[in-house]
Design a protein around this ligand. Structure first.
Ligand code: FBP
Length: 316
């Protein structure tokens, strides 16, 4: 790691002519900064559009679970442990984007075909760590790695309220600054978790905590925010407001036995002004993910009622 962020800048320099060692960085960069800004925002806007349709909403498939939870998450439908198999299925069914870690992208990013965004997440943790390490996501790759893998957006998690919040904030800031320099949008998985949250608010899904995390994500420069459902559309609307215009996506959560229950949550997100959802288990833990994906697309992009969407796709 490079806490001061010079790793990013030195890479920029290398691309600009390999003179990094002899140049005074700050002087050199200040000469370029005016034009660079315009290039960056065009790049960010164009890449955001690879995820979001014209309605400003997206359904993104998440599959970092083999690392974050372990391969047991795939046991309900074991063939989905093979990333090529599940990614082929979800992209054919019409998701707008796919999120994965760099290692799985090496194996399966080629399956993300057509007009779909590829989001590569640069932080993670295993569920095997001792309990007191579970509140930290470590950086496992660099912005250049994600770009080489064809990423359209770069993601990183911050557990707001964690004892390791400071480390994750810095990681996010470094990733975001460098990705923005190169015209890439950044996604923050803004997950409030930590002992004081439990003590003060009872649970991490309390809307006051979730909206705090969403605001912190916006304040740290996120271009998209992924966070928890707060239990009602009224409270989720406050999360959306707190994010100050940065699109807020739902973090899917554990698979619901009744598909309608999950469709109702996603419908609540959209009605609250949310920008859609990033969904893992509610898709890949189903034998046939296609009807669920199509029903989600109806709710997200066509404003269909969850019951109608579920019936149309044979889920009821
Ligand atoms: P799910 O839809 O399966 O919840 O996936 C979203 C996600 O954020 C994954 O990217 C990540 O692996 C997982 O949830 C994190 O889960 P947890 O809340 O257990 O840390």
């Amino acid at each position: 790691m490079d806490p001061g962020g010079t790793r990013g800048l030195s890479r920029v320099h290398r691309h600009l002519g390999g003179e990094a060692k002899t140049l005074n960085l700050s002087k050199y960069i200040s000469l370029r900064v005016i034009n660079v800004d315009a290039y960056q925002s065009v790049g960010i806007r164009r890449r955001m559009k690879r995820f979001f349709r014209r309605d400003g909403r997206a359904l993104i498939f998440a599959m970092d679970h083999g690392f974050e939870h372990g391969p047991t998450d795939f046991e309900p439908v074991w063939e989905h442990v093979n990333p090529k198999v599940i990614i082929k299925k979800v992209t054919r069914a019409g998701v707008d984007g796919v999120m994965m870690l760099p290692g799985i992208a090496r194996v399966a990013a080629d399956e993300v075909r057509g007009r779909k965004g590829l989001m590569i997440k640069l932080t993670s943790k295993t569920a095997l760590r001792p309990r007191d390490g579970q509140l930290l996501q470590s950086q496992l790759g660099y912005v250049e790695d994600a770009i080489k893998l064809g990423a359209d957006a770069i993601a990183a998690t911050v557990y707001w309220g964690s004892p390791a919040e400071d480390v994750m904030m810095r990681q996010f800031a470094e990733v975001a600054n460098y990705a923005h320099d190169l015209g890439f949008p950044v996604v923050q998985f803004a997950y409030p978790r930590g002992p004081y949250i439990n003590e003060k608010y009872g649970k991490k899904e309390d809307y006051r905590v979730v909206m705090y995390g969403a605001r912190a994500a916006a304040e740290t420069g996120a271009d998209m925010i992924k966070t928890y459902w707060t239990g009602s559309k009224e409270t989720f609307a406050k999360v959306v407001d707190a994010a100050a215009g940065v699109p807020v996506l739902l973090s899917g959560g554990a698979k619901t036995e009744n598909p309608l229950d999950f469709l109702r949550v996603v419908s609540g997100v959209v009605e609250a002004g949310g920008a859609g959802a990033v969904v893992g288990r509610n898709i890949f833990q189903r034998e046939n993910p296609e009807p669920m994906i199509k029903a989600l697309l109806r709710v997200i992009h066509r404003n269909e009622e969850p019951e109608d969407a579920a019936k149309a796709e044979g889920l009821l």
